[in-house]
Write a protein that binds this ligand. Structure first.
Ligand code: SAM
Length: 400
């Protein structure tokens, strides 16, 4: 009863306030007429239900449930911070997934061959026991990149990181699967690296943690997102490493990169804009399934192909390019890679080799669920027990 009275009083007050506002300044509420019938998140779910049930078959229902549930984060440790990992995280069973690779958790995939992980002083080397038959070169992973995750099935959240005595934050929260493209890029000492679509900077930070970079070029077409990226870098990286001799930050259209700077970089990360499946299902703001963005969404595969081609041109012969997205969609994943390989050959005479990432997926099968039998590349698929991804990645090596 009291609540009803309070509500009535409140409504009367609002009415009085409205009568105080001069008619000129009153805004007529049109929302009922103009509001979209279906919010973008609903449109995204319908679209995914129709395309992914065909593309992913019986995997789709469980991926769908995971995508609609709370995602899991990893804490990328900042080697430049003075602070150690909070002890309570370790006590709660948190572990660095990059080191903790030795026990089995996921059923073996069909046709999977045996891989052996060897530990060396500065890097973790993964070899294929059937290397002769499959000819997989060993994969070197930087020992310096560390990312904490809570155990499978544990959805405890990390607290926001606090600044250390020099003002740097001790960890960066991101989808732990987003670290995989940076590991797969396999940066070696002195390498010149281009991060073509870098903002807000999670993968840039992971690349910097390797301590191997000769020169790093960081780019993002969006000026506002580049500003955000700069803020992230200032919060994690000491000032003396953010100098012009070591780092260049630009806001160019990445599709034009290959026309300006070609055959330069040892490693190129092409982490393209995509339908960002998780975001599209959960947030109506800035959602690419908004009716007004239909054209932009349809043009994505074209933009992605142009960005990947620009990355291929920017790499030097012998250099490696890592293409990644956070969508499950085939037309934005392996179809883009196929198209870019063809265009590189036909229009630029560049021969490319697809690098087999199975050693990497085998190594991390305890932490992530990977899609089986993709025609090209590898993909982390969301799962309720390990709710990371989706992350698609495909690695190319320039032969010429
Ligand atoms: C998936 S996000 C990159 C995420 C980032 N790599 C990270 O790990 O934080 C894709 C980015 O591509 C940028 N982008 C879109 N079109 C671009 C273009 N033509 N050239 C370069 N960047 C572009 C967007 O502004 C967006 O920040």
């Amino acid at each position: 009863m009291a609540l009803l009275m309070d509500t009535r009083l409140l409504l009367r007050k609002i009415k009085d306030l409205r009568s105080l506002t001069s008619k000129r300044y009153r805004v007529k509420e049109k929302w009922a007429a103009t509001r979209a019938k279906y919010p973008p998140t609903t449109l995204a779910l319908r679209h995914f239900d129709s395309t992914y049930s065909t593309q992913l078959g019986k995997l789709w229902p469980s991926i769908r449930v995971a995508l609609l549930s709370e995602r899991k984060y990893g804490a990328l440790l900042n080697n430049f911070s003075f602070d150690d990992i909070p002890e309570d995280y370790e006590a709660q069973g948190c572990r660095d997934f990059i080191r903790d690779t030795d026990t089995e958790a996921q059923p073996r995939l069909q046709q999977e061959s045996e891989f052996v992980a060897e530990r060396e002083s500065d890097c973790v080397s993964v070899q294929n026991a059937d290397a002769d038959s499959l000819q997989l070169p060993p994969l070197q992973l930087s020992r310096n990149v560390k990312c904490l995750v809570f155990p499978r099935g544990d959805i405890t959240r990390f607290k926001p990181a606090k600044p250390d005595k020099s003002g740097l934050l001790s960890y960066y929260l991101m989808d732990a699967a987003s670290v995989l493209p940076c590991l797969a890029l396999n940066v070696e000492d002195g390498h010149n690296v281009l991060d073509l679509c870098a903002a807000p900077g999670g993968k840039t930070l992971a690349l910097l943690q390797t301590h191997s970079l000769g020169f790093l070029c960081v780019n993002d077409a969006s000026v506002s997102r580049t500003m955000r990226l700069k803020r992230v870098l200032r919060s994690y990286i000491p000032k003396d490493l953010l100098t012009d001799e070591k780092l260049r930050i630009t806001s160019f259209d990445g599709t034009m990169w290959g026309e300006v700077e070609t055959n330069v970089f040892n490693r190129v990360l092409v982490d393209v804009p995509c339908t960002t499946d998780r975001h599209s299902l959960l947030e109506d703001d800035n959602n690419i399934f908004n009716k007004s963005r239909v054209g932009e969404r349809r043009r994505l595969p074209q933009l992605q192909t142009e960005l990947l081609l620009a990355g291929i041109l920017a790499a030097c012969p012998g250099g490696e390019i890592l293409y990644s997205t956070c969508t499950l969609c085939r037309s934005q994943n392996h179809s883009v890679v196929e198209q870019a390989i063809q265009l590189a050959q036909e229009n630029h005479g560049i021969q490319l080799q697809v690098v087999d990432l199975r050693p990497l997926t085998h190594m991390f099968r305890k932490t992530f669920h990977f899609a089986p039998d993709l025609p090209l590349g590898e993909m982390v698929v969301p799962h309720l027990a390990a709710n990371f991804g989706p992350i698609y990645m495909c690695k190319l090596r320039r032969l010429t």
